[in-house]
Design a binder for this molecule. Structure first.
Ligand code: HEC
Length: 123
């Protein structure tokens, strides 16, 4: 009986320890950029740093790099970040720089690169 109780106590202790270390892990995950992501991982074009740091406050840059759009669509994306996701509007000068980078590095993808459904009978 008492060994059962002791075992329950041990398990409780382990659970407390586990949740404490989970909480610690969460506070340590605070820096905005996942540690493994750096501007150098993305295509080398003017204003890479500006674009990178403008976006990673909220999400990783991979999410951005996964897209391919015209300058106009990138502009709409920025406006959408501001209106829907509480992004601080960029100063006009910075907005231009960020758009320069996005346009140069992540242009619209050719339809064949877009993945999506392919008709198996056409290949
Ligand atoms: C203030 C926060 C914030 C900032 C700064 C921000 N975004 Fe976002 N963004 C979001 C949120 C929230 C989402 C939607 C949730 C998610 O997918 O993580 C999102 C999603 C996206 C998506 C994905 C859309 C999709 O179809 O999945 C793109 C592209 C994007 N953001 C581009 C940018 C670019 C480019 C920048 C920098 C110039 C930027 N964001 C900066 C908050 C932000």
């Amino acid at each position: 009986m008492s060994s059962l109780l002791r075992r329950a106590g041990l398990m409780l202790g382990a659970a407390v320890l586990l949740s404490a270390s989970l909480a610690l892990a969460q506070t340590q995950a605070q820096p905005p950029a996942p540690a493994e992501e750096t501007p150098e991982m993305f295509p080398d074009a003017p204003h890479r740093e500006e674009a990178f740091y403008a976006c990673i406050a909220c999400h990783n840059f991979k999410l951005v790099a996964a897209q391919g759009m015209s300058r106009e669509k990138w502009g709409e994306t920025l406006a959408w970040m501001v209106s829907k996701h509480n992004m601080q509007p960029l100063a006009e000068e910075d907005r231009k720089k960020v758009l320069d980078y996005l346009e140069a590095s992540f242009p619209p993808k050719a339809p064949s690169q877009q993945g999506g459904w392919k008709n198996p009978f056409l290949n």
